[in-house]
Design a protein around this ligand. Structure first.
Ligand code: ZN
Ligand code: ZN
Length: 264
């Protein structure tokens, strides 16, 4: 099993030491993990800094790889929070760094953090959702420095009343940009953890991605605590298989490897 979305104290919203996450993953029988620490430039909440010391991160990953060799494989990833005005800045940073895997996520829309609900003030859920998807579309049209899109319908976590099959037109446009560019999406199981009826994205969006020709998909818990690692993975693999996905991707040096779901 591979958990390709997790955080440690290198992320501004997580206090758990990296080694505790590694131990937690081993205890759950996960064979490979990828840390995807947050970099979210220009985040609307100044009290949190979503950036970290890249050299220390690199050193810690190398140290833990050595220490737990033969027990688990540890990959070095990052989750960047894109906004239309930040794309060049991310390109510049990523040119200087080497990651195995880059998640492109959007946590901020119209310069408002989704987490605080500000986006929904003064606009309907439909308007806010469309703003979210249109900004994401703008980003994928103008930015290619990533492996997969993170929790592509994240807006649903904050507006669960958005129905299945909503916004498929703009989602299809997004998929029609990213799939030919060799990018993928993830199934992020935190949706289930937060009490949604499904992961992020929801089943209808997974089906739409498949229908558009999408093949690259990773599975991630978005764990911020050891006990959240690999949450709901068995069910998620079964779901992906039932939709027609046959492979789960892992990454090394930004190159994907495909693993047959049958054998997991
Ligand atoms: Zn995220
Ligand atoms: Zn995350």
């Amino acid at each position: 099993m591979f958990d390709y979305h997790m955080h440690s104290s290198f992320s501004g919203d997580c206090t758990v030491d990296m080694e505790e996450m590694v131990k937690g993953a081993i205890a759950k029988g996960v064979s490979e993990i990828c840390f995807t620490e947050h970099i979210d430039y220009d985040y609307p909440d100044d009290s949190i800094e979503f950036d970290f010391d890249k050299q220390k991160y690199d050193e810690r990953i190398i140290e833990l790889r050595r220490k737990y060799e033969g027990q688990i494989r540890i990959k070095k990833g990052v989750e960047i929070g894109v906004q239309p005005h930040l794309l060049e800045r991310y390109d510049g940073m990523l040119k200087e760094e080497s990651f195995d895997f880059i998640i492109c996520s959007m946590h901020t829309v119209d310069r408002k953090g989704l987490h605080y609900g500000d986006l929904f003030k003064g606009s309907t859920v439909e308007e806010a959702s469309l703003k979210y998807y249109n900004e994401l579309l703008h980003c994928v049209k103008n930015f290619t420095n990533y492996s997969i899109l993170g929790h592509v319908d994240l807006i649903k976590r904050y507006a669960p009343e958005v129905l299945e099959n909503d916004f498929h037109d703009v989602l299809r446009e997004i998929f029609n940009v990213i799939i030919p560019a060799g990018k993928g999406i993830e199934l992020n199981t935190s949706g289930v953890r937060y009490g949604l009826p499904n992961g992020l994205p929801s089943d209808d969006v997974l089906k739409l991605y498949k229908e558009c020709g999408g093949e690259i998909i990773t599975l991630g818990s978005d764990a911020h605590k050891p006990e959240q690692i690999a949450f709901d993975f068995k069910e998620s693999l079964e779901l992906l298989q039932s939709i027609g996905f046959r492979y789960i991707a892992t990454f090394e040096g930004l190159k994907p490897t495909f693993h047959s779901i049958d054998r997991l």
